[in-house]
Design a protein around this ligand. Structure first.
Ligand SMILES: Cc1ncc(COP(=O)(O)O)c(C=O)c1O
Length: 366
């Protein structure tokens, strides 16, 4: 029997080595400050009536997605929501189908929970499009769960609900479920389609306020699922932490009440920063990439040269970081994130351009 996965190399790198003056590695929108929310000390009372959820927060999440509160499981970020969702969707040793490339934690969490993980490809040459035919070829009667992220991490590719419905049909055919991690879907703001939770009982959806709104520290996440499965997640959650930090629950309710205001700030920022990113990619044909219309990240390929060399040069000489593609099992790519302050993103992209120019000097065949 293979050894159980007990850690994530990507998360350790992200916590210890991804920081820099010009950070193009962090995928979330710049931090939203507490002072910009109308909060009083009384709002942050330490203790309160939280058991299987804090009712006002359960209602805020349910209202936002047009579901009943018995379908909502509050969790510490999308991360814990993914963990709970996977844990109730399959037994150790069962087959789980996960997109490739993907957010590393989706794979390591499934492996930690004992899944037999197989992969289906979202090819770079096809803009990382999700093609249900690829899933149809990979799915077996033993498949218990299909896992994908929408928007896609690392590319921000979008999957529409008609395509997701086809995936749902495939899952239904073998009695499997579909987990859609929608954390970056929030970054579509006014263009956000209805959540995949409405596509059928086989869907489980996870998300949070962390990425699109700059509210990472609140750890306000959730899983949405049919009530019986939601109940199973709540009962499992008792084994992890009993109840969340109550002031964070109360602050999350306030964040939902003012989400339009928080979103407006993020939307304006991302519009400017995505335009900068598009201009950068247009002027660098040596970095083929699909240009994301929404989201915070892109995943170009470095046509010539070594990505680790580029990343080291970028960090050491230019105080700038991106995420090496090896963390997405595609070592010739790297991920650029543009959720930071516009001045930082602009300077980071310029520095990336200079590092690429340096790298070219090593390659006479460029
Ligand atoms: C696809 C995906 N899901 C979940 C997470 C973690 O989200 P959270 O901060 O809400 O736990 C990330 C973080 O990068 C992510 O990319």
């Amino acid at each position: 029997m293979s050894q159980r996965v007990m850690s994530s190399d990507y998360m350790a790198w992200s916590k210890l080595h991804s920081g820099s003056k010009y950070n193009l590695a962090a995928s979330g929108v710049r931090w939203y400050a507490l002072k910009d929310l109308p909060v009083t000390l009384a709002d942050l009372e330490i203790n309160g009536p939280s058991t299987y959820g804090f009712a006002p927060l359960q209602e805020a999440i349910a209202n936002r997605f047009g579901v009943t509160t018995d379908m909502v499981v509050a969790a510490a970020g999308t991360s814990m929501a993914n963990h709970l969702a996977m844990a109730v969707a399959f037994e150790p040793g069962e087959e789980v189908l996960i997109e490739h490339p993907t957010y590393e934690l989706l794979v390591s969490t499934a492996q930690y929970l004992g899944a037999q993980v197989t992969r289906f490809s979202r090819p770079a040459e096809d803009g990382f499009r999700l093609d249900p035919n690829t899933i149809a070829r990979a799915i077996t009667p033993a498949t218990r769960l299909i896992v994908l992220a929408n928007l896609h991490n690392p590319s921000s590719a979008f999957v529409d609900n008609a395509t997701l419905a086809q995936v749902g049909e495939l899952a239904r055919g073998v009695g499997a479920r579909v987990l859609v991690d929608e954390v970056y879907l929030e970054a579509m703001f006014d263009h956000r389609p209805p959540s995949a939770i409405h596509l059928g009982k086989e869907f489980i959806v996870t998300s949070s306020l962390t990425k699109a709104y700059g509210l990472n520290g609140l750890r306000c996440g959730w899983a949405l699922a049919e009530p019986q499965l939601a109940q199973k997640m709540w009962r499992l959650h008792d084994l992890f932490g009993v109840i969340p930090a109550h002031p964070a629950e109360r602050l999350s309710v306030i964040a939902f009440q003012h989400l339009e205001q928080v979103a407006a700030s993020a939307r304006t920022l991302l519009q400017s920063n995505l335009a900068l990113l598009h201009r950068f990619l247009d002027s660098h044909p040596e970095l083929p990439a699909s240009k994301p219309e929404f989201g915070t990240i892109a995943f170009p390929k470095l046509l010539r040269g070594n990505v680790d060399t580029l990343c080291a040069l970028l960090r050491e000489k230019y105080e700038t970081t991106v995420v090496p593609g090896k963390f997405f099992e595609m070592p010739q790519h790297f991920r650029i994130a543009v959720g930071g302050e516009t001045t930082v993103v602009q300077e980071g992209l310029e520095r990336l351009g200079r590092a690429l120019a340096d790298l070219k000097l090593f390659h006479t065949d460029w």
